[in-house]
Design a protein around this ligand. Structure first.
Ligand code: ADP
Length: 230
C-alpha cells in the first residue's frame, strides 16, 4: 500500500502541535522536579526517600518521551553521514536481543551486502528501523498459533538504491489496518501510541526513501524500505 502526500501534511501539523505541547509540559515538569528535590531531605527523614526517587525517575521518563517525540516529529533536515547498511542493521537488532530471547523469537539477519552504504542521519534511521522491528516483535508475540516467532531482515542493492526488508510471521493485518498504519495516532494496541510508523514514514521520506507494507492475516507482514545509495 502506497502512502500519499496527505500523510505528510498531517505529520507536519503533528510536528508543530507536538512541539507546542511538549514545550508547555516541560516547564511544569521542571518545576515539579525542583520542588521534589527540595523536599527530598524531609522525605528522607520520614524514611520515604524511595517516593522521591520514584517521582524523579518518572519525571525523567516523561521528559525522555517528550524529547524523543519532539526529535522524531520535528520537521528537521537529516544530519547525514555515510554508513554501511550492514552496520546500521546489526546495531539496531542488537538492541532487541534480550527482548527477542524473552519472547522466544529469532531475529535473523540474512543476505546483508557488506559494502553497501547509505548517507543517513544515523540516529533517525535507527529510530525508523527500531519502530518497525518493535512492531514485528509485538506481532509475533501475539501470534502463538504460528509457532516460533521469526523476524527476517535482509538488504539488497537495486540499481541506485538499497532495498531493506523486515519480514515477520506474526499476526498480519487486515486491509483497513494496512491502509491506516502510517497515520499518526492510528493503533490497534491497548497501550499503543500509533506514532511509531508515522514517525518512521516521515524519517524515510526525509531521506528520499520509500516504505511499503505487504501483509496477510495469520501469516505475517513484510515491510520494504528503499533508500538511495551514497
Ligand atoms: P503502535 O505500535 O503504537 O500501535 P505504530 O504506528 O507503530 O503504532 O503501528 C500502528 C499499527 O500498525 C499497530 O497498532 C498495528 O496494528 C499495526 N502494525 C504495525 N506493524 C505491524 C506488524 N509487523 N504486524 C502486525 N501489525 C502491525
Amino acid at each position: 500500500i502506497e502512502q500519499s502526500a496527505y500523510q505528510n501534511d498531517k505529520l507536519a501539523m503533528l510536528g508543530k502541535i507536538a512541539a507546542a505541547i511538549a514545550h508547555e509540559i516541560r516547564n511544569p515538569l521542571t518545576s515539579i522536579r525542583g520542588f521534589i528535590q527540595l523536599l527530598r531531605p524531609h522525605l528522607a527523614q520520614l524514611g520515604k526517600d524511595e517516593y522521591a526517587r520514584i517521582v524523579i525517575g518518572e519525571i525523567d521518563r516523561a521528559n525522555d518521551i517528550i524529547y524523543e517525540f519532539l526529535n522524531s516529529s520535528k520537521p528537521s533536515t537529516p544530519d547525514k553521514k555515510q554508513v554501511r547498511v550492514v552496520d546500521l542493521l546489526k546495531e539496531v537488532t542488537l538492541l532487541f536481543e534480550s527482548e527477542a530471547i524473552l519472547k522466544g523469537c529469532d531475529i535473523l539477519l540474512e543476505d546483508l551486502p557488506s559494502s553497501t552504504t547509505v548517507c543517513v542521519d544515523v540516529k533517525q534511521m535507527k529510530q525508523a528501523l527500531l519502530n518497525i522491528i518493535k512492531n514485528s516483535l509485538d506481532a509475533v508475540g501475539e501470534s502463538p498459533q504460528s509457532g516460533r516467532g521469526v523476524i527476517r531482515i535482509s538488504a539488497a542493492e537495486q540499481g541506485a538504491k538499497v532495498a531493506i526488508s523486515v519480514e515477520d510471521n506474526g499476526t498480519g493485518m487486515d486491509y483497513h489496518t494496512q491502509s491506516k498504519l502510517f497515520d499518526p495516532f492510528f493503533t490497534t494496541k491497548v497501550e499503543g501510541t500509533g506514532l511509531g510508523l508515522a514517525v518512521c514514514y516521515r524519517i524515510i521520506k526525509n531521506h528520499g526513501g520509500h516504505i511499503q507494507v505487504d501483509s496477510t492475516i495469520g501469516e505475517g507482514t513484510i515491510f520494504k524500505i528503499t533508500l538511495p545509495l551514497c
